[in-house]
Design a protein around this ligand. Structure first.
Ligand code: ADP
Ligand code: MG
Ligand code: MG
Ligand code: MG
Length: 413
């Protein structure tokens, strides 16, 4: 219960320990003998249990006081569950239906009970298996636009937004992982780095490029100090669960206030890494499937921009770009919206390039490449991905439309 000291759950102790939580009894029934518990966590950080009974099912997610991927030599605060819970409730409000339903939160136990998404599976696994998801780009683009717009001072009252920034500013250690692993480690010989050995010459070229490192550090400065909206903070294809026709976002424990282009940029990188890894995973359907992935990237940005423009016209009630300065004086604010979107686009492309680098060069690689066991097949595909990342970081300003982006991917493929 809420007054007990933190103790990690296991499949044996879970029914007994959660038996008197009302919402669990409601979902699963009060006969704990009938509760079937499986540990399914495949992530890097936390315990995740599916609890099923003849009556229903829930997911129980509990933070561990260390990084699961590395072990107890790398401690990590339990408070990340608090931020995950608060991020989930905000995402549910800002984009209804986009996240699992949240049933219960116990701060001391760092534990969240939520809807068991089924038959959803992790999107990354579908992308490796060559499966399509109808409406995926549209869902992702709308989700990113709604959460970005409605979590900003384009929409929120300043007092509410600033209070929220203050709340999430307590999440220090978790964003620090991103500041190190994503923005810094790939570009020097950091202790926890690893890369496919054949990439040595490519890695040496990146580290010799001071312009690259300057731009990446300017993006880190934005990530760390621009608080324009609430970010998911870890929006990759392992944080989306999909059926063949619908998708949900999970796992926002890296939530912080940050720049609007971050989430959509990171997500785009994960689509592009899926794209570049496909030659190792597909046969006859390679061309068709790669084309589908690029169509998701295009639709994601198109939906983001359309939804953002729509919200700009209908929900611009915050401190920024007030109607008093534009519409009320008989002037259009369309070019102001265009300029805001153009900045988001540029940021997104650069964040995208950085994510494409770190997933091949520092800790926590992604299965798209990592599951390719033969390094003489993996390395050239990773190299294409790294080279495109470099082009995005250095030359983002030469790309104007989502089609320009996917055309560039085809050049590097
Ligand atoms: P971590 O923070 O450790 O990465 P995640 O929240 O990503 O943990 O969850 C780990 C895994 O547990 C996911 O990859 C997914 O397979 C499963 N999972 C998490 N939440 C749900 C859910 N609501 N419904 C079904 N499966 C889930
Ligand atoms: Mg995860
Ligand atoms: Mg590797
Ligand atoms: Mg996580």
């Amino acid at each position: 219960g809420p007054n007990t000291a933190y103790l990690a759950l296991n499949t044996q102790s879970l029914p007994e320990r959660l038996a008197n939580v009302p919402v669990l009894m409601q979902q699963l029934g009060d006969d704990v003998q009938q509760w079937d518990v499986k540990e399914v966590g495949d992530g890097n950080l936390n315990l995740v249990f599916i609890v099923q009974s003849p009556k229903g099912s829930v997911i129980v997610k509990q933070a561990l006081p260390y990084v699961r991927l590395v072990g107890d030599s790398w401690p990590l605060p339990l408070y990340r569950a608090f931020y995950e819970y608060h991020a989930l409730t905000r995402q549910a409000q800002r984009d209804p239906g986009s996240v699992p339903e949240i049933y219960y939160f116990d701060e001391k136990q760092a534990l969240i009970v939520m809807q068991f998404l089924s038959p959803h599976v992790i999107l990354r696994n579908k992308l490796i298996a060559g499966e399509t998801v109808a409406g995926l780009g549209d869902f992702c683009g709308k989700h990113c636009a709604r959460v970005a717009f409605r979590g900003s001072e384009l929409s929120m009252k300043s007092a509410d937004k600033k209070a929220d920034v203050a709340l999430f500013a307590g999440n220090v250690e978790i964003p620090a992982i991103t500041e190190g692993l994503v923005f810094t480690d790939p570009y020097f010989d950091a202790e926890m780095n690893n890369h496919t050995p054949e990439l040595d010459p490519v890695v040496a070229r990146l580290r010799a490029n001071a312009d690259l490192k300057r731009i990446v550090q300017s993006m880190l400065a934005k990530f760390a100090s621009n608080t324009e909206t609430m970010l998911h903070g870890d929006l990759h294809s392992g944080s989306i669960m999909s059926t063949d026709t619908e998708s949900r976002v999970i796992d926002p424990e890296f939530a912080q206030y940050g720049p609007m282009g971050f989430d959509i940029g990171m997500l785009t990188a994960n689509y592009l890494m899926a794209y570049f890894s496909q030659p190792a995973h597909r046969g006859d359907d390679l061309t068709t499937y790669q084309a589908w992935i690029l169509s998701v990237v295009e639709k994601c940005f198109a939906a983001f921009q359309t939804e953002f423009r729509q919200l700009w016209m209908t929900e611009r009630t915050g401190m920024l770009y007030p109607k008093a300065l534009f519409e009320d004086q008989g002037q259009s604010s369309e070019s102001a919206c265009d300029a805001v979107l153009a900045n988001i686009w540029l940021d997104a492309l650069r964040f995208c390039g950085i994510e494409m680098h770190r997933r091949c060069l520092s800790l926590a690689h992604n299965a798209d490449f990592e599951s390719i066991e033969n390094t003489s097949i993996r390395a050239p595909l990773e190299a294409r991905n790294i080279e495109m990342g470099l082009a995005l970081i250095l030359n983002a300003d030469t790309l104007t439309t989502p089609k320009d982006l996917t055309a560039l991917a085809k050049v590097f493929n």
